[in-house]
Design a protein. Structure first.
Ligand code: 6GU
Length: 229
């Protein structure tokens, strides 16, 4: 699976890409992440990527020419031109079903915005899928792009070991339930004991206890999930 990230801040990514599961997936050749600095596609001598909004108002708007030039240069870099995603708080909110849909693509091109957003013509010309990661405002799409990469690669075959299977994650099965409480050593911490049932070795009893825990937790914390069909 290939991701191309188009951003004004490519240096935000290597730290994240170099750690843990993602590093392993990249080293194993299962995932490739290509970073592209939108500033390299500016056409003026000052490398201008943003400008003041027509009509006035605060902040700066990302200019249409460098963004479109960058996208149109990057898409042909692979036989598969990829699925174009624009990260914007105005997009459709991402959920696990959306992540599963994205994971069907072999290549995803992630366009990160900054400042007060993109010139509207970026959207009109490129017709990207527009995605938000929630109802709050980020300083830019970079962290949202990392969220998408993080969630999608978990579904790429081979990225998770057997021990980490995504099959029993919260949200991966319908109805979407939260996970049961987990414990590891020690058996007691500041008077708090690990539930006796988990030490019983009876896998049937443990499975039923966990299923009930999941249901109760979901009821207490996210009753909205139980309403969904
Ligand atoms: Cl994708 N971008 C920005 N700037 N803010 C957000 C977002 C994206 N998703 C939620 N808030």
């Amino acid at each position: 699976m290939r991701f191309d990230v188009l951003t004004l801040f490519p240096d935000m990514f290597p730290g994240y890409l170099g750690q843990s599961l993602l590093k392993r997936a990249i080293d194993a050749g299962l995932v490739e992440v290509c970073l592209h600095d939108i500033r390299n596609w500016t056409q003026d001598k000052h490398n201008k990527v943003d400008d003041r909004p027509y009509g006035g108002g605060p902040g700066m708007v990302m200019m249409v020419e460098p963004v479109v030039a960058c996208v149109e240069a990057v898409r042909p870099m692979d036989d598969d031109s990829g699925h174009l995603v624009m990260l914007t708080p105005q997009g459709q909110p991402l959920d696990q079903a959306g992540v599963e849909r994205l994971a069907q693509h072999q290549r995803i091109v992630l366009l990160c915005g900054r400042y007060e957003g993109f010139d509207e013509r970026v959207r009109l010309v490129l017709k990207p899928e527009e995605i938000s990661i929630g109802d709050y405002v980020l300083n830019g799409g970079e962290v949202a792009a990392m969220v998408i990469i993080d969630a999608v690669i978990r579904l790429v075959p081979g990225v998770l070991g057997d021990a980490e299977s995504s099959q029993c994650d919260s949200f991966s099965t319908a109805p979407r339930l939260l996970e049961f409480a987990q414990y590891t050593r020690p058996r007691e911490f500041r008077g708090l004991q690990v539930p006796e049932i988990l030490l019983s070795g009876d896998h049937g009893v443990i499975a039923r206890w966990r299923a009930e825990e999941s249901r109760q937790r979901t009821q207490e914390r996210r009753a909205d999930l139980l309403e969904e069909t």
